[in-house]
Design a protein. Sequence first.
Length: 320
Amino acid sequence: MTRRTSITLTYIGYFSLGVIISLLTIAPSVVNAQTVTSNEVVGQVNLFQALVLGFVQGMTEFIPISSTAHLKAVPVFLGWGDPGVSFSAVIQLGSIAAVLWYFWSDLSQITTGMFKAISKSDYESQDFWLAVGIAVGTIPIIICGLAIKIFVPDFDNSPLRSMSAIALASIFMSLFLALSEKIGNHKRDFKELTAKDGVLMGIAQAMAIIPGCSRSGSTMTAGLFINLERATAARFSFLLGIPAITLGGLVELKDAIETGFSGSGVVPLIAGIISSAIFSYLAIAWLIKFLQKRSTWVFVWYRLGFGIFILGAIFLGWIA
């Protein structure tokens, strides 16, 4: 990556975080300080809203600040209402397209290496154990996702998706990320990854069921606790998330098709996916470069401030 590209990505990253912060801070005046009901699912997402939500999804899916929390908080503060679990999950397919594009060479190497190892009975191959780690690490979030689907059918209105729950989860995870920065030595690189790392980070990934915990945030935090380099923790977090995000998006896409896209419409949904793909790719490129030279403390303070801001908004009556 050239120095000019690196500088450009840095500016894009900071600018995008600034836009998200601005959306949150100016929102109360946009809605004229009227109380917004945080669990009210919006009836129809229009094209403009879909593009904005795609931007929010793309810029927050892989940065450890929780895309689900921001997809809930930003539209609520803007007076649009909650876009709902289904819309949020479907536009994640854009993020999957971006991560597949960015990490295609890594995925090709792991996949071909796994099959070569199996054909040669070479079960000491790192590619084989990385594939096993990703597969086994995906199981916890699948189990949790199925449990939510079966036992909490009205998850859109669950207390776990309330703004206060999101705020507390964000604060809680910011403290864990700070602790992982203090405790870990962050010296293990990508070549030292094992299946055990995949399992441990996969267990942490299951916490992403709770909005505000952040899938990338929880897995990166776990990676730092087990002494991975910051960029390695991010890179493996992205690879580990591919099966989980894909499965979640496809399940919700199937449900959306069966209901005739009643919550959004085909055009806004496609626009949201495309917007998500573009900004996800930019976010991945920026974060990998950022973590090669810097720590995650900026995200610790952002998440802490994000949670406190939401609690303050609830206290001041900006949102119900």
